[in-house]
Design a protein around this ligand. Structure first.
Ligand code: ATP
Length: 305
């Protein structure tokens, strides 16, 4: 398995404040890794360490297989980064700003600017000045600059922050395309899980500097499956019947006696028949979906215990 980024027991302290605590994260080639966490969870701190803008207090980080600082520095050239929006020159146009960064990064060939501006949908507005850009355009310009060196690894800190709904869809499609067509590995942070829902292939949940869980998108969706919510007149009798008649039933009785049956069978009628045939009244029966947001909230609650 080829990992592009591996963090082992990574900690970061600012004085006595612990911003990251023994974090283990593994990012494979081809992943779109969604780093999820509230404000202050430590996302930017982690991303800065990958970028060499900050250094671990303890633990280590391996980048493209390199452990040593000097060796990592060389390999970082394969990385495109937007951790903080780059400073744009307000008096220069988009195209001029791009040209400035192309020269600064030492990327040969003027054609690359046109190519990247077309990829990011900025070609039509290339003559707009830096000071006249909307937030969405600034985000895209940041991305365009990061893409200029054709990086293998792209690191984006909250790129969706401040985008309108169509901007979010555009950004998502663009990142998917880069991932699929160029096999670009992408690390993307957000404090809103649903923003990354149709994008990320792996998730890492950070909370107060700790990694709560690392999970693949497919496992996460499996865990967020359907459940049946039932309230009956006699909970004990009903759950006994469930265990007797429904194979491998998985359920939970909440304190208010609501029953949650996880991954219920296709024929939902079975559950109401079981009650009516045994003289149990049904007050409510509803098929529900546990959302990713529910899952995340619960994870945080469990993690803080
Ligand atoms: P946000 O979504 O707000 O950007 P984040 O998850 O990126 O949050 P970080 O920027 O990594 O969070 O910050 C984690 C914690 O570390 C915060 O409490 C922050 O105040 C603290 N912190 C970050 N940089 C420094 C610093 N240079 N000195 C002291 N504390 C810092």
């Amino acid at each position: 398995m080829e990992y592009l980024v591996e963090a082992r027991n990574l900690s970061k302290r600012y004085g006595s404040f612990v911003a990251l605590k023994k974090v283990n994260i593994s990012i494979k080639k081809g992943d779109i890794y969604g780093l999820i966490g509230d404000n202050g969870a430590g996302k930017t701190t982690f991303l800065k360490m990958i970028c060499g803008q900050s250094f671990p207090s303890e633990g280590e980080i391996t980048l493209f297989g390199a452990h040593q600082q000097g060796e990592q520095e060389k390999r970082r050239k394969r990385t495109g980064v937007i951790v903080e929006l780059p400073g744009f020159y307000p008096q220069l146009t988009i195209a001029q700003n791009m040209e400035y960064y192309r020269i600064q990064k030492g990327i040969p060939g003027k054609g690359v600017v046109e190519k990247v501006l077309k990829t990011t949908g900025l070609w039509e507005v290339r003559k707009k000045k830096g000071k006249a850009l909307s937030l969405g355009m600034k985000q895209r310009l940041g991305l365009a600059i990061a893409l200029m060196g054709e990086p293998e690894l792209l690191i984006l800190d909250e790129p969706i922050n401040g985008l309108d709904p169509s901007g979010i869809i555009e950004m998502r499609n663009l990142l998917k395309k880069l991932n699929q067509e160029k096999n670009m590995t992408i690390i993307i942070s957000s404090h809103i899980l649903s923003e990354l829902e149709q994008l990320a292939t792996m998730y890492g949940f950070l909370d107060k500097g700790q990694l709560l869980e690392e999970i693949s998108a497919s496992n996460l969706h499996e865990k967020c499956g359907n459940y049946l919510e039932i309230v009956v007149s006699d909970t004990e009798k009903y759950t006994a019947l469930l265990e007797k008649h429904i194979k491998k039933v998985q359920y939970l009785v909440l304190p208010d006696k609501t029953i949650h049956i996880f991954q219920p069978e296709q024929e939902i009628e079975k559950y109401s028949q079981l009650a009516s045939e045994n003289g149990i009244g049904i007050r409510t029966i509803m098929l529900k979906q546990k959302t990713l947001e529910d899952y995340y909230m619960n994870l945080k609650k469990e993690g803080r215990k």
